[in-house]
Design a protein around this ligand. Structure first.
Ligand SMILES: Nc1ncnc2c1ncn2[C@@H]1O[C@H](COP(=O)(O)OP(=O)(O)O)[C@@H](O)[C@H]1O
Ligand SMILES: [Mg+2]
Length: 253
């Protein structure tokens, strides 16, 4: 049992998810970043994300690919290498001076050729129940590999972004399933961390429409929902965040 209200480490948070048999299948394979894990993961998946264990806003996140060459991209610049050794040396210089993870890369859906993912907000209600109060899509800058709002990503209604893949009742049901996944994750986290009152789940969707949990945020930003024209969701998220004491000590993510 742990009473803390936030957890920073993406490694710890991934291990918590993996404890649950039902949730495990939504977690991309994740390992500690080192030379042999990177080598193996690149051979297995051809595309991986390398990201700081303690990070936010997409800072220091790098996408690495293995095709006929090795390529990595952070920010807007991509670089290519003939050999794995060349890649690894340059990557170590380009990454932040922090511990990293290497994660199976998900081929995210796109909107106007830009990748997008989703953020599901799950909060304790005034009746002390969990509820998936917010959901939103985040489109990456055309030349970036992260979707974060604080990294030039653009928040848009999820209905709009999914519109070129599914529509009507199917789309409604799909969004319901995503929210339910967020809800199940919150319930599961609560067992290990009873102090949690809110989580924000970053869910990537691949080309088969399978959802993948990219990250669980334990101090999720309520204000992203203020980016939607329709303020209904934002007002509820904000009201619950206040009731959950989120603005007493401001630490956002
Ligand atoms: N395994 C992955 N596959 C595809 N995209 C990813 C993956 N991991 C991260 N991303 C992209 O990078 C963004 C930032 O990564 P995330 O793990 O959420 O870290 P941060 O704490 O910086 O938000 C995600 O929102 C997503 O757009
Ligand atoms: Mg994130």
């Amino acid at each position: 049992m742990n009473k803390s209200r936030t957890v920073g480490s993406k490694w710890v948070k991934t291990k918590v998810l993996l404890q649950n048999k039902e949730l495990r299948k939504f977690v991309p394979e994740t390992r500690i970043y080192n030379q042999s894990n990177l080598f193996q993961m690149l051979n297995k998946y051809k595309m991986v994300y390398v990201k700081p264990i303690n990070g936010s806003f997409g800072q220091g996140v790098i996408r690495v690919k293995k095709n006929h060459k090795y390529t990595f991209q952070s920010g807007k610049t991509a670089r290519s290498f003939e050999t794995f050794q060349g890649l690894f040396t340059a990557l170590n210089k380009a990454k932040l001076k922090k511990s990293y993870l290497v994660q199976q890369g998900i081929h995210l859906l796109t909107y106007q050729k830009r990748i997008f993912d989703t953020r599901i907000m799950v909060q304790k209600t005034p009746h002390k129940k969990w509820e998936a109060t917010g959901y939103i899509g985040r489109v990456a800058h055309p030349r970036k590999i992260v979707t974060n709002f604080h990294n030039s990503g653009k928040p848009l209604p999820l209905e709009v972004l999914l519109g070129s893949y599914i529509n009507g009742q199917k789309k409604k049901e799909y969004i319901h399933r995503l929210r339910n996944l967020g809800y199940r994750i919150a319930k599961h986290y609560h067992k290990s961390y009873p102090g949690f009152k809110e989580i924000g789940v970053d869910i990537g969707i691949d080309k088969t429409l399978k959802p993948w949990v990219l990250e669980v945020n334990t101090a999720p930003d309520p204000f992203i929902f203020n980016q939607l024209k329709d303020k209904k969701m934002f007002f509820k998220v904000l009201r619950y965040a206040r009731e959950n004491g989120r603005f007493i000590r401001v630490k956002r993510k």
